[in-house]
Design a protein. Structure first.
Length: 206
């Protein structure tokens, strides 16, 4: 009985230590994300202030030159907002784990805001895209970049398997595709992807 009691005490201590470590990792990840959003948010705000009022003729040619220049300098693309959901997050180039922990990631090789085609953005279902399941058809989505502010209207939402990568394919018009894992409350690596597709309405050149 004594040996069993000692083993149980040791097990409790071990589980407590694991819980503390896990909590510490979660807290650090959240702090890192919040700090990134704040510091890099100041940077992109300054970039947008500088760009505001300057004619951006390259948009007429369908090229997001100012955004590509900022990506080369800092990796930043701009800010994504869905006003009705209260969603506001920085958008950064890439979809590696570190990037998606800190921001919404732009899927490489897809279009950038202001260019023809399909702009694809990915985000975690338990952080920046946690409220995406509450999006309605007709909701407005705003992307602000050094090349301008681009407005989109949500046209559809659906679920696909991870191997169904056609959602990243170029489109004939100017579309925005938001991607996150599904189901939202799934524990572990989710088996499906939740897709929100929106179409660009107009562009406001800053």
């Amino acid at each position: 009985m004594l040996d069993r009691h000692v083993c149980m005490r040791r097990l409790e201590r071990s589980l407590g230590a694991v819980a503390l470590v896990s909590l510490g990792i979660f807290a650090w990840a959240r702090l890192d994300s919040d700090l990134f959003q704040k510091v890099e948010g100041w940077r992109i705000d300054e970039v947008l202030k500088t760009a505001r009022g300057h004619p951006v003729g390259v948009l007429q040619a369908g090229m997001a030159a100012a955004t590509r220049a900022e990506i080369a300098a800092s990796g930043l693309i701009g800010r994504l907002e869905i006003p009705r959901l209260g969603l506001s997050a920085l958008v950064v180039e890439g979809t590696d784990s570190r990037t998606l922990r800190r921001a919404v990631g732009h899927v490489p090789l897809t279009s950038l805001p202001g260019e023809p085609g399909n702009v694809a953005l990915a985000g975690h279902r338990d952080s920046f895209f946690q409220h995406l399941r509450q999006v309605y058809l007709g909701d407005r989505v705003r992307l602000t970049t050094p090349d301008g502010t681009f407005e989109y209207r949500v046209e559809s939402k659906f679920i696909v398997r991870p191997e169904q990568t056609g959602v990243l394919s170029p489109s004939d018009g100017r579309t925005l595709t938001l991607i996150t894992c599904y189901p939202f409350k799934y524990v572990g690596s989710a088996p499906e992807r939740y897709i929100v597709r929106a179409r660009q309405l107009d562009a406001i050149v800053q």
